[in-house]
Design a protein around this ligand. Structure first.
Ligand code: 3VV
Length: 192
């Protein structure tokens, strides 16, 4: 079975334009929202993904699998692995392009089991942009940045206005996020 289901990106794309205020390679990113299941510190059984900007404007993330993340006994649940990639890929779009966007499509190839206690090293990249569609992909290596590949993922994020979050989300939580970003002096304004 081929891990690749077709050409990627599937349509002609423009090269991504890295935002002039994107964090420099080596920058640790921290949580983008304390209540985020993927990266937030306030979610006890969340994934607690930790990410940093890599060379060539990639994003490198680490996800350590705990017993809270099991599907089969002792093994990571595939849906939670997909969640880790959603987070890593979304972080890549948000931090490198400074463009609010949501996941439109997320595809994963699970190539090796990921045991509880192991750490997935995820390297994510921007593959191209076609209008509002932002194409990204990532590889997840087991227990080391150059470990065997356990998961591949690719996704289409769709750029949205900030009103997407204020209209469909929780305005109070959005304000909390805005306050957090003001406190951390982030370079983008998340107010709608
Ligand atoms: C909070 C602010 C942050 C600010 C930035 C700070 C940086 C922070 C760093 C870190 C970031 C975060 C990390 C977290 C990561 C996790 C992200 C998630 O889990 S997001 C939740 C799951 N996803 C949804 O809930 C979407 C639900 N869907 C929708 O809301 C709509 O369907 C939407 C917005 C995606 C599109 O709806 P329409 O009405 O606006 O637009 P239409 O015309 O339908 O589509 C626009 C284009 O996109 C294509 N498109 C739409 N859906 C597609 C799909 N599923 N696959 C492929 N293409 C699709 C269409 O074909 C169209 O393409 P054509 O312009 O015509 O070429």
């Amino acid at each position: 079975m081929s891990p690749v289901s077709g050409p990627w990106p599937p349509v002609p794309v423009e090269p991504p334009e890295i935002h002039p205020k994107a964090p420099a390679p080596g920058t640790e990113l921290g949580a983008h929202f304390a209540e985020c299941f993927g990266c937030g510190d306030e979610v006890d059984d969340g994934l607690h993904l930790r990410s940093a900007i890599g060379e060539g404007y990639t994003v490198h993330s680490k996800f350590t699998v705990t017993s809270a993340h099991q599907g089969a006994p002792g093994l990571a649940h595939g849906g939670l692995l997909a969640c880790a990639f959603d987070e890593a890929l979304g972080s890549t779009v948000g931090n490198l392009l400074h463009r609010p966007a949501v996941t439109g499509k997320l595809e994963t190839d699970f190539r090796r089991p990921v045991p509880v206690g192991s750490t997935l090293y995820i390297e994510a990249r921007l593959d191209g942009v076609a209008g509002r569609k932002i194409y990204v992909s990532a590889d997840g290596h087991l227990d080391a940045a150059d470990g065997p590949v356990a998961v591949n993922a690719r996704a289409v994020f769709i750029a949205v206005g900030f009103e997407h979050f204020s209209t469909h989300g929780d305005p109070q939580a959005l304000e909390k996020l805005a306050e957090q970003h003001r406190r951390n002096k982030r370079e983008w304004d998340i107010n709608p």
